[in-house]
Design a protein around this ligand. Structure first.
Ligand code: HMG
Ligand code: MG
Length: 300
């Protein structure tokens, strides 16, 4: 299989990255992050989530963030919506793309969204219907595709089954989430081959947390399998509040550097991206989680 010539990077930093922060973050800083990312050339940015504020307090201000960002033409600004209440809030905030999120592990589904996998699919059905009526695109996430923090191994069949359901419900893309970053390239390739028997490769995305340092290798493996959409967080921000010890997503800067080296088009300017990551790292008082950003900043 030929590697894709171009890749769409979805920066999930403002959502997956910031959701895990316990310190208060000003709406203005979140807005600045989103605007910096669009200025760097990102075409898809996950801005926030419309979930219970008791479960994920940091995302409570997502409507304010949507209201204040400078939406650029050709950029999709999306939000997580676990149920109809979330979808209604997202539509009200002006989101034109949303995402539902399921898990391949029953234990994680219970901890993350307080219901079984089957119940979550039942909840998503009216969300997809209402979104379609509103002309809003819906992406589908699956967590724990290469391991679960509560149950350990996750059978590939279970991922295949959830991917089929999300695709059948009408999700235009299914993002395969290695929530705890335990996956390795061989397992990643096998997973994609199996899922691609039911969902076209062009409708799959990879979402790799970098906890075990395998994310870039897993993205390379996914490219070899023809996947051309990847989720990442600028400066490697984040983690998941329901996956103890899980670190952030792979850093967007690191993925971009690798794609640039492979001659794969993304439309993203690495210097502006590095600036965006440096700024939010400073706001959070955190070390920049991107090796590439650190190298570029040190060389300036
Ligand atoms: P629940 O308690 O079962 O829901 O939570 P409920 O329907 O019984 O409602 C309980 C309360 O929540 C009610 O309020 C509802 O109004 C409110 P009360 O009457 O008690 O005051 N509520 C809401 N409020 C705002 N927005 C909503 C909403 N829905 C209900 N949409 C629920 C179920 C799904 C709501 C809850 O479990 C939840 O919010 N979970 C959030 C989980 C989350 O955001 N996790 C992180 C994102 S997923 C992730 O990071 C993985 C990913 O990156 C991929 C990967 O890496 O694996 C995507
Ligand atoms: Mg994630």
């Amino acid at each position: 299989m030929k590697m894709p010539q171009s890749v769409r990077l979805v920066d999930v930093g403002p959502r997956d990255g910031l959701q895990n922060e316990s310190q208060p973050i000003a709406v203005a800083d979140k807005v600045r992050l989103v605007d910096d990312l669009s200025a760097a050339g990102l075409k898809h940015i996950e801005v926030g989530s419309f979930v219970s504020p008791r479960w994920v307090p940091q995302m409570a201000g997502s409507a304010e963030v949507f209201a204040a960002i400078r939406q650029q033409p050709g950029v999709s600004y999306s939000a997580l919506t676990p149920n109809l209440k979330g979808l209604e809030a997202a539509l009200e905030a002006g989101a034109r793309e949303v995402a539902v999120f399921a898990a391949a592990s029953e234990a994680f589904s219970q901890r993350n969204i307080n219901c079984s996998i089957g119940e979550s699919i039942d909840r998503f059905t009216p969300v997809l219907t209402a979104a379609r009526e509103a002309g809003v695109k819906v992406r589908g996430y699956i967590s724990c595709v290469l391991g679960c923090p509560y149950q350990g191994e996750v059978p590939v069949d279970q991922v295949v089954s959830v991917a089929r359901e999300l695709h059948a419900l009408g999700c235009y893309e299914v993002s395969l989430g290695d929530t705890i970053g335990t996956g390795t390239p061989g397992a990643t390739r096998t997973l994609i081959e199996r899922v691609a028997e039911h969902v076209p490769r062009g409708q799959l995305a990879g979402h790799f947390h970098d906890t075990y340092g395998q994310a870039l290798a897993n993205i390379y493996a996914s490219l070899l399998e023809g996947v051309s959409v990847f989720d990442s967080s600028v400066a490697g921000l984040g983690g998941c509040p329901y996956a103890k010890g899980a670190t952030g997503n792979v850093a967007t800067e690191d993925v971009l550097y690798m794609l640039n080296g492979l001659g794969i088009e993304t439309g993203i300017d690495i210097d502006r991206l590095v600036d965006a990551g440096a700024r939010i790292s400073q706001v959070l008082g955190r070390e920049n989680g991107s090796r590439v950003a650190k190298a570029i900043l040190a060389a300036r």
